[in-house]
Design a protein around this ligand. Sequence first.
Ligand SMILES: CSC[C@H]1O[C@@H](n2cnc3c(O)ncnc32)[C@H](O)[C@@H]1O
Ligand SMILES: [Zn+2]
Length: 429
Amino acid sequence: MDKLLIENVGIITMEENNFIDEGYIYIEDGIIKEVKSGSFKGEKENLKKINGIGCIALPGFINCHTHVPMTLLRGYGEGLPLMRWLKEKIWPFEAKLEEEDIYNGALLGIIEMIKSGTTSFVDMYFKEDVIAKACKEANIRGFLGNPIIGDGWQGQVEDTISLFEKFKHDEMVKIFIAPHSPYTCSFECLKEVGEVARKLNIPIHIHIAETKDEVYITKDKYSLSPAFVCYETGLFDKNKTLAAHCVYLNDADMEMLLNYDFTAVYNPQSNMKLASGVAPVVKMIRKGINVALGTDGASSNNNLNMIEEMQTASLLQKLNCSDATALNAFETLQLATVNAAKAIGMENNLGYIKEGFYADIILIDFNKAHLNPKTDVYSNIVFSAQGSDVKTVIINGKVVMENYEIKVLDEEKVIFKANKSFKDVLSRL
Ligand SMILES: CSC[C@H]1O[C@@H](n2cnc3c(O)ncnc32)[C@H](O)[C@@H]1O
Ligand SMILES: [Zn+2]
């Protein structure tokens, strides 16, 4: 049996009013067995110990919307709005990607995510079988969906079914079904996606209502908002759905979505960078819609850092609502942990540091000038911390980064190969 003890550590359990000033977390075979203040009294033989002195432990972040290999496109296609960005720069580049490039970009993104505290991510990209391989090598949890987009959708749905069969018993990789959006998928396609999701009992991952242009497109084509296009195809029926962006959801959309198991995934940095708009997050939460957080790809962000994303998430809502109380630090942390776990159907396993939950835990090093005094630890993490303050990362009970050092991959080699892939793709353009 694998036993791990994190001791002398502050603990944000994510249960309300339950911050443990100094305590321990005891883990057996990847499952949290004890979370208490004070010191561990149990058997200490054959036990790996991590001294968490000066650190605060919290649940690992769940990035609920990304395209992880797009790290290769970081800095590529700068300064364009969504539709021009996709059509003029991103899609032509992606057309030249080979399997090895996707693998190299995925590993680069996974290292970046682990180093800034992400332990699970929800991904939509080509060749998710290759991304799954990268997840398994790094021991990170991947909730992966091959894109379903355009005319070739029938074959892409078949690919998702095969991928699901391949990974249905996997511990770290789960397959989602990922139609790109209501403006790139036909009515028939969205209908079929809903049916397959229900048959396989898997969540749907889609982009909805990202830009004003998207609303014009669906209104023009179907006389419906993007959310109602999905509704009319039965996409939400009895399915769990994660919808990235949701910037232009209107009141009628929200009232309709409340009847479904629906999560809006807020991507503030991507929405700011592409000048898409501000998602009505405070309104959605007030109405009872589950809201989680994602970075989107590194080409529209330009990183995969959930600590930075949380800071932007809260600041943007405060500014947009002209209300300093909007989306406070604890609520913002909920978007990246508890609400995210609910979005992916892992509410009984992830999102809290709690007995019986998976040991997906990060340690933030508070021995830093910018993190003291610890007047409000939630505020310090959301508004003062940097991704690089994450010192140690444990996923499924395995230490994947210790004392700032990635244990599962050769970081230098991954960086070298990703740069080579970028140049190779450019030479094919
Ligand atoms: C076909 S896999 C996913 C597809 O989506 C593209 N993409 C990346 N970011 C966004 C975004 O914010 N909105 C819409 N589409 C996006 C990505 O480049 C891939 O082609
Ligand atoms: Zn996206």
